[in-house]
Design a protein around this ligand. Structure first.
Ligand SMILES: [Fe+2]
Length: 495
């Protein structure tokens, strides 16, 4: 059942923007605004639900790329919508809602984009307006499930609070942070202590990296502020035993043309390979810098995981690009017309935490991928398997989108790619531990079938990605491919 939010009329007076989206292409999923749906029982169409799969999957991503006759400038600009799929060991129910941000309500009423964003210039801006105020908050990047609420996260602002069951938007949550202290989208949760580490970059004359640590309830109990040189883009970090690690890629914001509103934020990010990639190693207790290092220029949006090896060195993995062409590719994805090759592959590195010196790095697999994750119980410690989105073998990396999921096994050195079939596209996998068997886990992804123009939830045994999914469930509406999600466990048995 589709529902329309009261503040988002589906019939606009302005002519809706249209993009060509042929049958069989992933672009169909993004070509029109997604349709919300109320909490709905969803049907198993193949296999059986594992009885130990109990909890909720949350997924976030841009689900509206047009307002009236205007299209977004970049995939990052689209309005966030969150999917929740709840499993009780017997049945599954799903709900899908846009995050009702202030910008969403205002733009829905105006039937256009009324504010600047990552990929769009502000309609009007004054020279003294801070960078963050030039960017509309799309709440579209990730989700953090806390015991009493769910947070829809974005990179440059405070999160929005959602009801964990209905996904109703409850307003913004500052987390007791100052207005200029953003709470970014790539938190790391320690599986034993429940601590949540996160960060946010404040741009301006004194650009700095804010680092936060919260308890398991989400209360920030310590924070630090680290001055940064230039205006870099930092999207993710790494928890590795007692350390937090930041890689500062040689991307710098050219501030003046943004302040004078000549170009948008995303177009003002410059690739400066002469700066190399800076490394910051922090003590996770004090959140202060232990060491700084420098290595070759490369770009990475996402880390998989990190741990400390027997020699006391940090070992981590990431999807690594040779340059920042990935930004152009993602901009073109938002236009439904990518044509820039940006090859991101899974790499492993080793570095000395006391000196920040890079000791070595190696490409683990040459299949292009993104969104690497590990089982939540392994965050910050050794993980045998890293899962990620991947391009189907034979894909045109410049024009296609991630279409399958893959698993790299450190014990065997092999990459297993799931076979979804032609014209299907999977999003970032989410790991769900089995509630009854700690040695088991399930890998969940949302698959878009571009010929049938519908979405399904697929569930794999996490250690058998080469086998068919153990269960497939039909969703009532298309869920556009998005970014990040999480799993909120519920160990209670049904009935
Ligand atoms: Fe991300």
């Amino acid at each position: 059942m589709a529902v329309s939010p009261s503040s988002s009329p589906t019939a606009t007076r302005k002519r809706p923007a249209r993009k060509v989206s042929p049958t069989g292409s992933w672009t169909r999923a993004l070509a029109e605004p997604a349709r919300e749906f109320a909490p709905t029982a969803i049907e198993t169409i193949a296999g059986m639900l594992p009885t130990g799969l109990r909890g909720a999957l949350y997924r976030n991503g841009p689900a509206r790329l047009q307002r009236g006759d205007r299209w977004v400038g970049h995939w990052f600009d689209g309005d966030g919508a969150v999917l929740r799929v709840n499993f009780d060991g017997r049945d599954a129910r799903a709900v899908y809602r846009f995050v009702q941000t202030e910008a969403y309500r205002r733009d829905a009423a105006s039937e256009t984009w009324t504010q600047g964003s990552y990929g769009m210039k502000a309609p009007q801006a004054t020279l003294t307006q801070p960078v963050r105020q030039r960017l509309r908050h799309p709440a579209n990047t990730s989700v953090l499930a806390l015991p009493d609420r769910v947070l829809a996260l974005w990179e440059q602002g405070h999160p929005y609070v959602l009801d964990p069951e209905t996904l109703e938007t409850k307003g913004r949550d500052s987390l007791s942070l100052a207005d200029g202290q953003p709470y970014a989208a790539h938190y790391k949760r320690d599986p034993e202590t429940g601590e949540i580490f996160n960060f946010g970059v404040t741009y301006g004359l004194r650009t700095c990296l804010n680092v936060y640590c919260s308890d398991r309830q989400g209360r920030i109990d310590r924070q630090s502020k680290i001055p940064l040189s230039g205006l870099p883009l930092i999207h993710d970090c790494l928890l590795a035993g007692p350390y937090l690690v930041f890689f500062v890629a040689p991307v710098r914001l050219d501030l003046l043309p943004v302040l004078t509103n000549q170009i948008c934020f995303g177009d003002a990010l410059r690739w400066k390979p002469q700066f190399g990639t800076q490394i910051l190693v922090l003590d996770r207790e004090t959140l202060t810098v232990i060491s700084r290092g420098e290595t070759d220029p490369f770009y990475s949006w996402h880390f998989g995981n990190g741990y400390v090896d027997a020699e006391g060195n940090i070992v981590g993995d990431m999807v690594r690009y040779n340059d920042f062409a990935t930004n152009r590719y993602l901009q073109q994805v938002g236009q439904l017309d990518p044509h820039t090759e940006a090859r991101g592959t899974l790499w492993q590195f080793r570095l000395d935490p006391q000196t920040g010196a890079m000791l070595g790095s190696v490409e683990l697999a040459d299949t292009c991928g993104e969104f690497p994750i590990v089982a939540p119980s392994c965050v910050g410690r050794y993980a045998r398997r890293t899962y990620m989105s991947a391009f189907r073998p034979g894909s045109d990396v410049a024009r296609d989108l991630w279409s399958t999921i893959a698993c790299f096994d450190r014990d065997t050195g092999e990459l297993t790619v799931a076979e979804l079939g032609a014209h299907r596209y999977a999003i970032e996998p989410t790991y769900a531990p089995d509630a009854d068997r700690p040695d088991l886990g399930w890998l969940l992804t949302v698959v878009y079938d571009s010929r049938e123009h519908r979405s399904e939830v697929w569930i794999y045994a996490a250690d058998r990605l080469g086998d068919a999914p153990v269960c497939r469930l039909s969703l009532p509406e298309v869920i556009p491919m998005g970014y990040h999600g999480c799993w909120a466990p519920n160990p209670k048995k049904c009935g």
